[in-house]
Design a protein around this ligand. Structure first.
Ligand code: BEZ
Length: 217
């Protein structure tokens, strides 16, 4: 069974290219993004890790730690990081978990359908899919997304989703389709008009149940 939104994510101890971590302890009081990839030294994965590395300042500004994972070993991760830096133009400063025993991959349900077929899975069937888990400081899963082998993830969208989650947690609002930071937000239905006026100062009711407001900068 996969993880559900608001589940406490599994805790685990694992080897990374930067040493052993205990996951919940490693997260500490930060937000965290765990992202899996199928294989080191492959083209799409290399572009994805470069994209995450180039966003280092953005993750830091948002008090967010990032960590990669694949079923390859530590030495591969270390060697591959040189390629990521060369191709991506930024240092992949974050740890990558070496999940050669598949413990974390199974706990987070990151393996593809083929792995669970009755025939013995091939090595390719034991590679993690492209999953992203955004985890709040309370260790609860706030968002997950899964992409296939052939489609590189859009880390600008991951950043936007992180902004939306943090805004929601801070201000008790929801974000409309295609929201970006600074855009109008939606007042939850749990607040009646009077309470909404008191909390937000004012709002624009496009429909009785769709009330936009602005947040202070
Ligand atoms: C990739 O391009 O990231 C990739 C290619 C083959 C297998 C796994 C990943």
């Amino acid at each position: 069974m996969g993880l559900r939104i608001n589940d406490t994510v599994p805790n685990f101890t694992a080897q990374t290219d930067q040493g052993v971590i205990s996951f919940h302890e490693w997260i500490g009081d930060s937000w965290a993004i765990l992202f899996s990839h199928p294989k080191d030294f492959t083209p799409v994965c290399t572009t994805e890790f470069g994209a995450v590395a180039r966003l280092a300042d953005e993750w830091n500004k948002r008090n967010t730690k990032v960590i990669g994972i694949s079923v390859d070993g530590i030495e591969d991760h270390k060697r591959w990081k040189r390629d990521i830096e060369k191709a991506g133009g930024a240092t992949p400063y974050f740890p990558i978990i070496a999940d050669d025993g598949l413990h974390v991959s199974k706990a987070f349900d990151m393996l593809p359908h083929e792995y669970y077929l009755p025939e013995h899975p091939t090595p390719a069937d034991s590679e993690t899919v492209r999953a992203v888990f955004i985890i709040a400081p309370d260790k609860k899963l706030k968002l997950s997304m899964t992409y296939p082998m052939t489609v590189g993830r859009n880390f600008s969208e991951v950043l936007r989703a992180l902004d939306a989650l943090q805004t929601s947690a801070r201000a008790g609002v929801s974000m409309p389709a295609d929201w970006t930071p600074g855009g109008d937000v939606i007042i939850p239905l749990a607040l009646d008009d009077e309470a909404a006026k008191k909390k937000f100062g004012g709002f624009n009711a496009v429909l009785p149940y769709l009330r936009y407001t602005k947040l202070p900068d």
